[in-house]
Design a protein around this ligand. Structure first.
Ligand SMILES: [Zn+2]
Length: 320
């Protein structure tokens, strides 16, 4: 039986690292996960990764052949193959490609997690066939990957496409990055929680969210409350969409994308977020761009999305 060609896709996260073997059609043959243990030195992580991965590959080697490795990670630099001061990992500055090359004799490429999501959409998901689009990942923070003329925009230093840290309100909320009023402080799972807290203080109306303590409040609870008609939760989604649409209108002016794809936990709220975002986007667009930009949900299955994105990075390299 002929071996199936696959790419090993790896998503290094703050808590877990997920990896899987993906064929060129985007089918994930096997997926596994391990603790990242970001407090330990990076070298130990790569040692543990190789042990875990080779144990699993032992059972697959009669079926497939690994052509390369694609890795998505926070603060990753595609040009240098490095991760630089990632939040949640006490690794400092690590050359990931070099570390992986100690164990593997195949091509290795690295990019940040939002860019991996964008390449994943381009190769396997909602942006198949598109050459100009933006992917916004709405999780704890707001990540973004910009594709222009068929290429990820990396910029001079490899860090281009940080829409989450463009300014919505210069006198606004503190952002984790040290600045004030970044889009991420409003349009993210954390941002919408902060919005709910502000609205609860501002409004006197009943809301099921009044009974939830701030520490326990999640974006999922907010979307569930909104679906039940909770006015505070609905207003929070309206505000989030309004702010997101306004800032996306700026991004459209920079690259004129065919579509903007919303990805991640908060995007799973569906119409609750998409309708106000689309409305605000159209309202704030420079007129020549109006009624042209599609706002789409991710086309990647939520469970495998990170691994598909990382593997797509390498599939895309191999096709070059
Ligand atoms: Zn910021």
């Amino acid at each position: 039986m002929a071996l199936v060609d696959v790419v090993l896709g790896v998503d290094i996260g703050g808590t877990n690292t997920v990896f899987g073997y993906v064929d060129k059609e985007g089918k994930c043959l096997h997926e596994a996960s391990m603790l990242t243990n970001g407090d330990e030195p990076a070298e130990l992580f790569f040692e543990r990764f190789y042990a875990a991965e080779s144990a699993i590959f032992e059972g697959l080697k009669h079926r497939c052949r690994v052509l390369g490795i694609g890795i998505g990670a926070p603060n990753a630099n595609y040009y240098c193959g490095t991760i630089e001061q990632p939040p949640n990992l006490k690794w400092g500055f690590v050359n990931v490609v070099q570390e992986m090359k100690k164990y593997y004799d195949v091509p290795v490429a690295l990019t940040n997690d939002a860019n991996a999501a964008a390449i994943g959409e381009m190769v396997f998901g909602a942006a198949k066939g598109m050459k100009n689009f933006i992917v916004i990942t709405l999780g704890t923070g707001l990540g973004s990957g910009i594709v222009a003329n068929g290429q990820i925009v990396y910029g001079a230093d490899g860090f281009a496409g940080e829409i989450g840290h463009t300014t919505y309100d210069p006198a606004g909320r503190d952002c984790g990055c040290g600045r004030k009023g970044c889009l991420e402080a409003y349009a993210s799972a954390t941002g919408i929680r902060r919005t709910v807290c502000e609205l609860l203080a501002l409004r006197t109306g009943a809301s099921e969210l009044r009974a939830v303590s701030l520490n326990d409040l999640t974006a999922k609870m907010i979307s569930e409350a909104a679906r039940r008609g909770d006015t505070i939760a609905l207003e929070a989604f309206e505000m989030t969409g309004e702010i997101l649409g306004l800032k996306l209108a700026d991004s459209v002016a920079h690259t004129s994308p065919e579509a903007i794809i919303l990805f991640g936990g908060l995007a799973a709220a569906g119409d609750l977020l998409f309708i106000p975002t689309q409305r605000s986007l159209e309202k704030h667009l420079f007129p020549i761009f109006r009624n042209k930009v599609k706002l789409l949900p991710s086309g990647l299955p939520l469970g495998n999305a990170a691994v598909l994105g990382s593997s797509a990075l390498m599939w895309n390299e191999l096709r070059k």
